[in-house]
Design a binder for this molecule. Structure first.
Ligand code: NDP
Length: 294
């Protein structure tokens, strides 16, 4: 299949591209920085302008400004929204006039869709939240669903915290943990819905290749944990103590509203993918962390 990918140069995208190439798909990545992206993505056709994309059969849409990199003000919030909803809108404008449109769109979203939640397990039918991240995901998904009117099969992927060896949230946590200075974030009772990057990539491939797949999918492992259990398990895997909490007030001071992404959580289950037969290679946290951290 010839697949167009947005966000292909990122933490998930690079590993996704390497995997999809290995299994025989041909890839085009749409990037704002085509030269840098091409260096990171050997063998991938990198384009700066969508007009250069030809004979695309499927689209994976992952582009987005990082959410927790800095404090959110009105301008930053707009950049975060434009980079996702605006990019999706541009994809639709590119597809609409084509005679031979792609037949499937796998489009990003996140577990933040559900907003801050208590211990209740959440499947894909749970209602969306109302905070900034939830509204962002809801509107990002709505935009992607417009592709159904153009005849595409649309899968919306509500991704949890992605664990991989060379980036993402885990890389930011590793240094304090390796120094024995790690611990729970805030009181650690918030749920942490995670997924091993290999499983997320496997799920994206599966959604692309299974003609019956469509709708919302929680891209999370079947065993989410409270954040303090995540910290304990990471400490155990690294053979380091992990008792020093990251105080909530310090995070609020440093990140403002963006700290809610770390201090709150949701207990998300991949009910849709499992009901359709997707098998996780890394369902349990300790095994996944051992594989990622070594
Ligand atoms: P990265 O930040 O590593 O990569 C995101 C990519 O998006 C970049 O490579 C960049 O591509 C593109 N991008 C960034 N800013 C913009 C912009 N303003 N306009 C258009 N494109 C932009 O993210 P991840 O790989 O970690 O995540 C990919 C997607 O999955 C994101 O949308 C993220 O929100 C979502 N997600 C990730 C999770 C995680 O734990 N990693 C969890 C839940 C959701 P280029 O520079 O080549 O244009």
């Amino acid at each position: 299949m010839r697949i167009l990918i947005t966000g292909g140069s990122g933490f998930i995208g690079q590993a996704l591209c390497a995997h999809l190439q290995r299994v025989g798909h041909r890839l085009t990545v749409w990037s704002r920085h085509p030269r840098q992206a091409a260096q990171r993505l050997p063998g991938v056709h990198v384009i700066e302008d969508l007009a250069e994309a030809n004979e695309i059969e499927a689209v994976v849409n992952l582009a987005g400004e990082p959410l927790v990199a800095r404090r959110w003000n009105a301008r930053r919030k707009q950049q975060i929204r434009d980079s996702r909803i605006g990019t999706t809108e541009k994809l639709l404008r590119w597809m609409a006039p084509q005679l031979r449109r792609p037949h499937v769109l796998v489009s990003g979203s996140a577990v933040g869709y559900y907003g801050p939640r208590d211990d209740t397990p959440l499947d894909e039918s749970a209602a969306p939240g109302e905070d900034f991240a939830a509204l962002l995901c809801r509107d990002w998904e709505h935009e992607a669903m417009e592709a159904e009117a153009l005849g595409l099969r649309v899968c919306r992927l509500r991704t949890g915290i992605v664990l991989g060896p060379d980036g993402g949230a885990l890389q930011k946590m590793l240094l304090p943990f390796r120094l024995g200075l790690g611990g729970p974030i805030g009181d650690g009772r918030q749920w942490f819905s995670w997924i091993h990057r290999e499983d997320l990539i496997g799920l994206i491939q599966w959604l692309l290749e299974h003609d019956h797949a469509g709708g919302a999918y929680n891209g999370t492992a079947p065993e989410p944990v409270p954040q303090r259990e995540f910290a304990r398990t990471l400490g155990r895997v690294l053979h380091r103590p992990a008792f020093l909490p990251m105080p909530a007030f310090a995070l609020r001071l440093a990140l403002g509203e963006a700290s809610t992404l770390l201090l709150t959580g949701q207990r998300v289950l991949p009910v849709h993918a499992m009901a359709e037969g997707f098998a996780f290679r890394h369902p349990a946290l300790e095994g996944a962390l051992r594989e990622v951290v070594h």
